[in-house]
Design a binder for this molecule. Structure first.
Ligand SMILES: NC(=O)c1ccc[n+]([C@@H]2O[C@H](COP(=O)([O-])OP(=O)(O)OC[C@H]3O[C@@H](n4cnc5c(N)ncnc54)[C@H](OP(=O)(O)O)[C@@H]3O)[C@@H](O)[C@H]2O)c1
Length: 214
């Protein structure tokens, strides 16, 4: 697959390197693509600016600070027809008013906001809830040793494609449902940044759902 990485830091750099190492065509991007050349060369990936990576990928990984997304959409467009993997989280200290507004809006989820910005894309929420060092150091496990990666989407086929990308690099997709179900693995929620193996993550999800219903 052709994967464009928008934001090639802790999360984007790690995931892009993993995907390139299992044979996908990857393009890293940031505001300073020249700084990404050594990382790209190490895994046979390409570098470009954000718009070039957005045009290149059939699948786009969004791994930038949440607060810059509205400006980014102006730059790269709505990603019509592409799969958008949203790995972002809203942190008001870093991302400003826009993050606080999304958090305060009971009718809005963080990933719902991202999906509303990229209206043409098939948004899949994933990788927002795994610490980048875990992503780096615990990849390529098998069976019960795999760390869970929570995933949601309103597009079943797109979710299946991204679940495949999770499995290929040795993590276990944990299907949480549709985009509206994402808050259970957004900041402060029970499944956020737990970095659990899949069986423990399933137990944690069941417990959280029981508590919610009680
Ligand atoms: N760190 C984690 O463990 C972790 C885990 C899960 C999810 N997340 C979430 O994932 C996102 C990225 O986190 P991170 O830790 O990977 O951040 P990071 O290491 O700071 O990387 C952010 C990337 O975005 C690029 N960037 C910043 N502003 C940009 C812009 N206006 N246009 C294009 N690229 C831009 C940066 O490169 P330049 O400055 O060179 O442009 C950098 O490549 C955040 O929303 C974070 O909450 C983080």
């Amino acid at each position: 697959m052709k994967i464009g990485i928008i934001g090639s830091g802790n999360i984007g750099g790690t995931l892009g390197s993993h995907w390139a190492s299992v044979g996908h065509q990857v393009m890293f991007s940031s505001r300073h693509p020249e700084e990404l050349q050594a990382m790209a060369d190490a895994v046979g990936a390409q570098v470009g600016d954000s718009k070039t990576a957005a045009d290149f990928g059939d699948i786009i990984l969004l791994a930038v600070p949440f607060g810059i997304v509205p400006a980014l959409v102006e730059e790269i467009g709505p990603l019509e027809g592409k799969i958008l993997i949203d790995a972002t989280n809203p942190y008001p200290q870093r991302d400003g008013d826009i993050a606080q507004q999304v958090i305060d809006d009971a009718n809005q989820t963080a990933t719902g906001f991202i999906a509303s910005q990229f209206r043409g894309a098939k948004t899949v929420k994933a990788f927002n809830s795994i610490y980048f060092k875990v992503l780096e150091e615990q990849a390529f496990q098998s069976g019960d040793d795999r760390i869970a990666v929570q995933i949601t989407s309103d597009d079943v086929a797109a979710k299946q494609t991204v679940a495949g990308l999770i499995e290929e690099i040795g993590f276990a997709p944990q299907d949480i449902g549709s985009l509206k179900d994402s808050p259970i693995f957004e900041p402060g929620a029970p499944l956020y940044n737990q970095n659990l193996k899949i069986a423990a993550a399933e137990a944690k999800l069941s417990q959280a759902l029981r508590q919610r219903e009680a």
